[in-house]
Design a protein around this ligand. Structure first.
Ligand code: ADP
Ligand code: ASP
Ligand code: MG
Length: 412
């Protein structure tokens, strides 16, 4: 069987850990599998490289920034290949362009378009372990690109899909997907299985255990993904197609996103075309808008509030400020101290009252809701950042997700 194993930053955080990963790869090889290891940069390295680009330029060009941040993975693939060789195995490292991971040209958030994989197959054919750099690719012009934070997950699933792998294992610092981030909610329970759709929603509202695009790929190409810890032998969590048994719970997880910021436009003229004149320049500035709420019109004027990624707040505020001035908006307020808390579950399709319950729980904790958005299987509320963890824990308890007794958790 062909197995793709992805090792996150913590799993390759130092040389001992890289040796441990080498042993895991070799163990899978010894079981007779063809092994492709997809590797992230060593823990903290991508942040360090990003900080360098910001230290040298206040608003770094995305193409050049990608040239810098893609180097983190170059170091870790070389080190892992060497560690495997030092342990007596055979391994070849590959960068994105060497295995022809072709992406679009959206620097810092590029999407994979194709993977050729010929050289990976050739290396496997010679009995070697192929060690592939996560997070990076090249566009059609040969420019280096990166896939966005957490992008090595997507490299792994895309490689697994392209090569028709029998298994895709994501090794990280927790031993599976939990009902909430176990680092925020001590009562969180590990799930044995989770449906692609639920994982997709959880990832999209902040559960960074898997990058959202990796789940999209897994769902599209039906790649079963197992999230596990590189520090234990726990089988972890299988992310797979929805099963009947999964619908018995209404809410299967709570997620938290602290990377949101809120922009409110006060007293916007209520005439056709205004929203377009505010959101078009934002789109042109590559700012992704998340939630949008428009208040009921009061005397031909209304308030318009929306959220953006916190890292984009200053840029978004400048763009909106210019547009707002031209439109005669009375004021623009920004708030970088918000968080989005979400409840997710496929069971919500058949149950009413989940939103009401969520609002009651937040109210009982004295937490004010600033914005609300819903989908078929998710409800999100934007609240003040300082209540973020309290909200997650209270909702986790209220929706019956707490583990029976808080036991010591496996993992790092
Ligand atoms: P890696 O470097 O291995 O890719 P990440 O830091 O990207 O690891 O993802 C793992 C982290 O995801 C965990 O340490 C945990 O804090 C966080 N996380 C958020 N939500 C969840 C969840 N529902 N289940 C498990 N982990 C979660
Ligand atoms: N090294 C990249 C990051 O820190 C990619 C990854 O770890 O998945 O975002
Ligand atoms: Mg990650």
């Amino acid at each position: 069987m062909l197995v793709v194993q992805k090792y996150g930053g913590t799993s390759v955080g130092d040389l001992d850990r890289i040796r441990r990963v080498a042993r895991r790869c070799l163990a899978a090889r010894a079981e007779g599998h063809d092994v492709v290891a997809v590797v992230s940069a060593m823990a903290g390295e991508t942040n360090r490289l990003l900080a360098l680009t910001h230290a040298i330029h206040a608003d770094p060009d995305a193409r050049e920034q990608d040239v810098v941040v893609a180097t983190g993975e170059q170091v870790s693939v070389g080190l892992l290949a060497l560690a495997i060789q030092a342990a007596g195995g055979s391994a070849v490292s590959f960068l994105g362009h060497q295995v022809k991971i072709v992406t679009d040209s959206a620097f810092a958030r590029a999407r994979i378009q194709s993977i050729e994989g010929e050289r990976i197959r050739a290396a496997l054919g010679q009995g070697a372990i192929a060690v592939v750099a996560g997070f990076q690719g090249t566009d059609e012009h040969g420019n280096l690109t990166t896939l966005g934070r957490g992008g090595s997950d997507t490299t792994a699933v895309a490689v697994a899909a392209a090569l028709g792998a029998g298994a895709c294992e994501i090794y990280t610092d927790v031993d599976g997907v939990y009902t909430a981030d176990p680092n925020v909610c001590p009562a969180a329970r590990k799930l044995d299985r989770i449906a692609y759709e639920e994982m997709l929603e959880l990832a999209s509202v902040g559960a960074k255990v898997l990058q959202i695009r990796s789940v999209e790929f897994a769902m599209k190409y039906r790649v079963p993904v197992r999230v596990r810890s590189s520090f234990s032998d726990d089988p972890g969590t299988l992310v797979c197609a929805e099963e009947d048994s999964m619908e018995s719970v209404v809410v299967s997880g709570i997620a938290l996103d602290r990377n949101e910021a809120k922009i409110a436009l006060r007293s916007v003229p209520d005439v056709p075309g205004v929203a377009g004149r505010i959101f078009t320049p934002l789109a042109e500035a590559n700012v992704v808008v998340d939630m949008i709420v428009q208040n009921v019109s009061r005397g031909r004027r209304q308030d318009l509030t929306f959220t953006v990624a916190r890292a984009d707040l200053a840029r978004a505020a400048a763009v909106v400020g210019a547009a707002a001035g031209a439109l005669g908006v009375r004021g623009v307020d920004t708030d970088g101290k918000v968080a989005k808390v979400s409840v997710v579950g496929v069971g919500m399709r058949n149950h009413s009252g989940v939103a009401a319950r969520m609002f009651q729980v937040l109210a009982a904790e004295g937490i004010n809701i600033l914005l609300i958005s819903t989908s078929e299987i998710k409800i999100s509320c934007v609240i003040h950042e300082k209540y973020a963890e309290l909200a997650v824990r209270a909702l986790h308890t209220a929706f019956g997700l707490d583990r029976a007794e808080p036991a010591a958790r496996g993992g790092a």
